[in-house]
Structures are given as C-alpha cells and as structure tokens.
Design a protein around this ligand. Structure first.
Ligand code: COA
Length: 261
C-alpha cells in the first residue's frame, strides 16, 4: 500500500498504520482521512491483516487534530460534508472486524483524540496529551468526539473536557478510562503487540462478533441483547467453534485460521 500521508506496513499480520505528517503534528487533512479509509478497506478485505495499530510519526504527536489550514473559507454545507466524511471513516475503524489499537505517542487533540477513540483500545505513552480544543476555535468536534467521549468517560467529565478545551495527561486519561495502559515511549509498540498477541490467539470470528455486539450497545434502535443472542447462535458450527471446543476437549492449544470474507 503506497500513500502520501500515511505509512502502512504489514508486520506479521499486524498492519502498522502511521499518520506521517510530522512537520504538521500529523494533522488530518482531507487526503490523510481518505488514505486512512483506503487502508481500512484493505484491512477489511485482506485475510493477511489480522489486527491494526495506529500511531503518529515522530516523537511529539499522535495527531494534533484536523488540519486547521483547510477550514478557511468552507461554507456551512462544505463543513457538514467534511464532518460526515470524517465520521464515516472513523465509523469504519470502529466497526472494523479485526482489533484496532491506538498507540498514542504524543498529542492526541481534536480529530486526533477522536481518531484514538474510534479505535477499539487506546494505549498511551507517558508523554501523551489528550484534548478536544475545538471550542477555542469557535467549533465543536466533528468526527464523532461529542459522542464517543461520553461513551468512554461519561457525560460529566466529557462535558468538562469538551467545554473547557483543557488538555489532560496520560495519567488522567488512564484514571478516566480513556486509555487502557500507559507505557514509556520506548515500550509503547511492545505493549500494543503484547495485548494484540493475546487477542490474536483467540477466535477471529469470536473477536469480530464481540466488536459487533459491543458496538450495538451504542447504536440507536438496535437491541444489543438480541444481537448477542443471534451472534451467540451463529458461532455454533463455525470452524472456529469446532476448533476451539475441540482443542479444549483434547487438552491442546487452539489454532484458529484468519478471518476470511
Ligand atoms: N492543523 C494544522 N496544522 C497544525 C495543527 C493542526 N491541527 N496542529 C499543529 N499544526 C502545525 C503548526 O501550524 C505548525 O506548522 P508550521 O511549522 O508550518 O507553523 C506545526 O504543526 C508545529 O506546530 P507548533 O504549534 O509549532 O508546535 P508546538 O509544539 O508549539 O504546539 C500543539 C503543539 C499541538 C499544542 C499545537 O500545534 C496546537 O495547539 N495545535 C492545534 C491543536 C488543535 O486545536 N486541534 C484541533 C483542531 S480542530
């Protein structure tokens, strides 16, 4: 996969997706968001990709937001289209059938915080900073931030961060449940891989169904309990079920095949 603003490299089944505009703090211009979308099309369709780690290039930033330089002169309709485009790409990440971890290696502001929240799990280096500073710009988050922040940390704290535009450090993010773990910058990738290693030993089909059912909890008009019943039923008889239960009965380690389409 060749892109202008992102690096995408399959490392032993894990797609390392690096937002690569370090001189602009990896700000998400339109092209970068489109490239992330294309990369995720590959993730969905390529059985050789079993998980994703998203990070930012350079030592300072994960992603410092949407690219503010592209905001000037946008009409109301164009701004709505930009927000809708960003949301649809971030929804694609959230609904990815394979695990996606954000390795937050510095500033995760605005669209960067939103990008990390679209991932299934966030692991941060101790120099990471999170925030939704849009109200300082006379704006609000447009890539799902007002919704996902509430889902992850609750209404009161979400409103505080969104209205105050304050940045929080990684320890505070850990306390709030915004991130799962903190590491040193040097250990960040290894920690993401360690966790993915555990997840990737399990049934890829089961993992995909867990993602679907958990996401259903936040979908309007969808009964997550019903979805869980259906998904539980569908698991029976799958190759993964046969292998997983067979391995248990034979007292051996299960060996699952990658998800096929
Ligand atoms: N959009 C466009 N460019 C951005 C950017 C963004 N969101 N964030 C940083 N940059 C650019 C800066 O304009 C600067 O470019 P230049 O060298 O051509 O002037 C470069 O990245 C380096 O940023 P700089 O501000 O000099 O670094 P810093 O270490 O002093 O500060 C931040 C880092 C992240 C605190 C600061 O860049 C910042 O506040 N960025 C905007 C955050 C934001 O409001 N995000 C929400 C957007 S909706």
């Amino acid at each position: 996969m060749n892109f202008e603003n992102i690096l995408a490299e399959n490392d032993d089944g894990i797609l390392m997706l690096t937002i690569n505009r370090p001189d602009k703090m990896n700000a998400l211009n339109k092209k970068t968001v489109q490239e992330i979308s294309q990369a995720f099309d590959e993730v969905y369709s390529d059985p050789g990709i079993r998980a994703v780690i998203i990070t930012g290039s350079g030592p300072k930033a994960f992603v410092a937001g949407a690219d503010i330089s592209e905001f000037e002169g946008l009409s109301n309709e164009e701004a709505k289209a930009l927000s809708a485009m960003g949301q649809s790409v971030f929804n694609k990440i959230e609904n990815c059938p394979k695990p996606v971890i954000a390795a937050v290696n510095g500033f995760a502001l605005g669209g960067g915080c939103e990008l990390s929240m679209a991932c299934h799990i966030r692991i941060a280096s101790d120099n990471a900073r999170f925030g939704q500073p849009e109200v300082k710009l006379g704006l609000i988050p447009g890539y799902g931030g007002t919704q996902r922040l509430v889902q992850l940390i609750g209404k009161g704290k979400a409103l505080e961060l969104l209205m105050s535009a304050e940045m929080i450090d990684s320890a505070t993010a850990l306390n709030l449940g915004l991130v799962n773990y903190i590491t040193s910058p040097e250990e960040l990738q290894a920690k993401c891989r360690e966790l993915l290693g555990k997840i990737m030993q399990n049934s890829p089909y089961g993992v995909k169904k867990v993602i679907e059912c958990v996401n259903a909890n936040f979908e309007d008009g969808v009964d997550g309990y019903k979805k869980e019943i259906d998904a539980f039923g569908v698991c029976f008889g799958t190759e993964d079920f046969v292998e997983g239960t067979g391995a248990f009965n034979q007292k051996r380690k299960a060996s699952f095949k990658p998800l096929s389409n």
